[in-house]
Design a protein around this ligand. Structure first.
Ligand code: IPM
Ligand code: MG
Length: 357
């Protein structure tokens, strides 16, 4: 049976970068290498403009029936004034929750060709290869109660709830440990256990899960220190496992170690094979429609999709190798350009990857 991939271009640079990733996927399909059907849907601002809501039922039904979802990016100033329930970001969070995509894998790999694109000194980042495993469907993003209320006739207060169940911590830690066994056997769990009860429980549970992985070393780090260590000595990390909000923050920081957030893919997995694949960056409304965006994070997300949802790890590797070739040739979108390299636009970059395949 053909595999079904749902494509959700979204907003801003989303449609441009998605087009390049789909171009690469379609070429593989055309060569008969992997039978797959593509279906398109709307999410975020694009969906709000058409239906009034950021995640229409239609899109959700498509996503539920698919083997994998490839998403561009969502959001933009046009929809910033909307109340929270109707914002583009809410659509993305609803999609992650509805799919049960609790395990967000965000690799930060420095391509040797991009060493000079990083703002850090070469010896600090050369050879960097770390993976952030971010819990994605719980924590303070989803905790109830939440809201803004009037407390007296002078002022309001706002509140969110940070809550994790043991089972939620167990399953994300297992994902991290499983992956660490395939990597360098080290998991660093990041928390704020000196202040938060949630983090105390997180630590206990992580220790407990670690018992089943005798070859993997577990260490713990407070989030503030982890933020510092990431720029001080990022190569000390192999797999970082952390909660939703801490992972959100650390993954942007880790992305910049590699030169550009425009290079970083992500996978959000439900633990049963289905996944949502999206670049780690946002919708960059300031450069949307100008063919300036870097499509490589989305193309690399499509490679992750091959590996984790479509059972085609060889094709994933081929895409990743092709990206390496294109960088070897000196082709760069503006975010990763440096003296002596050749500036190309979004579609040219996609075409170059295609050719390298
Ligand atoms: C991300 C983004 C999202 C998040 C936003 C757009 C809701 O920052 O994927 O990291 O906070 O999860
Ligand atoms: Mg983020």
């Amino acid at each position: 049976m053909n595999k079904k991939v749902v494509v959700l271009p979204g907003d801003g640079i989303g449609p441009e970068i998605i087009e390049e990733a789909v171009k690469v996927l379609r070429a593989l399909v055309a060569s008969g290498e992997f039978p797959v059907e593509f279906e398109y849907g709307h999410i975020g601002g694009a969906a709000i403009d058409r239906t009034g809501v950021p995640l229409p039922d239609e899109t959700l039904d498509l996503a539920r029936a698919a083997d994998a979802i490839l998403l561009g990016s969502i959001g933009g100033p046009k929809w910033d004034g909307l109340e929270r329930q109707r914002r583009p970001e809410t659509g993305l969070l609803q999609l992650r929750a509805a799919l049960g995509a609790f395990a967000n894998l965000r690799p930060a790999i420095l391509y040797p060709q991009l060493l000079s694109a990083s703002t850090l000194k070469p010896d600090i980042v050369s050879g960097l290869d770390l993976l952030i495993v971010r819990e994605l469907t719980g924590g303070i993003y989803f905790g109830i109660p939440r809201g803004i209320r009037q407390i007296d006739d002078r002022e309001r207060e706002a509140f969110n709830t940070l809550v994790y169940r043991e089972s939620e911590i167990v399953r994300i830690c297992k994902v991290a440990f499983d992956i660490a066994t395939q990597r360098h056997q080290h998991v660093c769990s990041v928390d704020k256990a000196n202040v938060l009860e949630v983090s105390q429980l997180w630590r206990e549970v992580a220790e407990c899960v670690a018992q089943d992985y005798p070859t993997v070393r577990l260490t713990h780090m407070y989030i503030d220190n982890a933020a510092m260590q990431l720029v001080l000595a990022p190569k000390q990390f192999d797999v970082i496992v952390t909660s939703n909000l801490f992972g959100d923050i650390l993954s942007d920081e880790a992305a910049m170690l590699t030169g550009s957030i425009g290079m970083l893919p992500s996978a959000s997995l439900d633990g049963k094979g289905k996944g949502l694949y999206e670049p780690a960056h946002g919708s960059a409304p300031d450069i949307a429609g100008k063919q300036l965006a870097n499509p490589l994070a989305t193309i690399l997300s499509a490679a992750m999709m091959m590996r984790y949802s479509l059972g085609l790890p060889e094709l994933a590797e081929r895409i990743e190798t092709a990206v390496g070739h294109v960088l070897d040739r000196g082709l760069r979108t503006f975010d990763i350009s440096s003296p002596g390299t050749q500036r190309v636009g979004t579609a040219e970059m996609g075409d170059a990857v295609l050719k390298a395949l």
